[in-house]
Design a protein around this ligand. Structure first.
Ligand code: URA
Length: 182
């Protein structure tokens, strides 16, 4: 564990703990307020994120931005990161060994940010953080408290691109997050 952001970032830049390192253009470390009350955790970088080295800058990220704007959540006020920091090929779901190899980096980020709320974006974030037995369909929209942190599982923004009906649920889940922090 590192007690500062620079050393943590450097160690990820040099990371070769799993095979995802072989194809990365950039690591996608995370972005936003390093002292945020709210932290968002996605799955892993896609093509745009790999090129820019920033999380949620592609299509799914743009959709998330629109929800943020509508709800008055500022991207610069929250912290956004992913389960894995390197792009899985063809945007496949990270394998268990890849997520496992990367999870201590995320734990370190959570320790440094000290968020009050963590929004779990989709099944991969939910399963790796709260338990592989949980389903996103059953868990989304319901607060789960664990060791003083409140977790809100919701749809991954990419799921909204495939199913319009999920947009309202995603919106309501983020609204509930916004209301909890006021
Ligand atoms: N999907 C994710 O899970 N994370 C990103 O950063 C972008 C798309």
């Amino acid at each position: 564990m590192f007690d500062n952001w620079d050393d943590l970032k450097k160690s990820i830049e040099n990371c070769k703990k799993c095979k995802l390192c072989t194809n990365r253009t950039n690591i996608v470390f995370g972005s936003g307020n390093k002292n945020a009350d709210i932290m968002f955790i996605g799955e892993g970088p896609g093509a745009d994120e790999d090129v820019q080295g920033l999380p949620f800058v592609g299509k799914a990220g743009k959709l998330m931005n629109m929800a943020f704007e509508g709800l008055g959540i500022k991207r610069e006020d929250v912290y956004i990161t992913n389960i894995v920091k390197c792009r899985p090929p063809q945007n496949r779901v990270p394998e268990a060994n890849e997520a496992e190899a990367c999870l201590n980096y995320l734990r370190n980020q959570v320790i440094l940010v000290k968020p009050k709320i963590i929004v779990l974006l989709g099944s991969t974030a939910l399963k790796n953080i709260l338990g592989s037995d949980l389903s996103i369909t059953a868990s989304r929209g319901k607060w789960i408290e664990k060791k003083g942190i409140y977790y809100m599982p919701t749809w991954h923004p990419a799921a909204l691109l495939r199913d319009e009906n999920k947009k309202i649920e995603f919106w309501n889940d983020l609204k509930s997050v916004k209301e909890k922090i006021i």
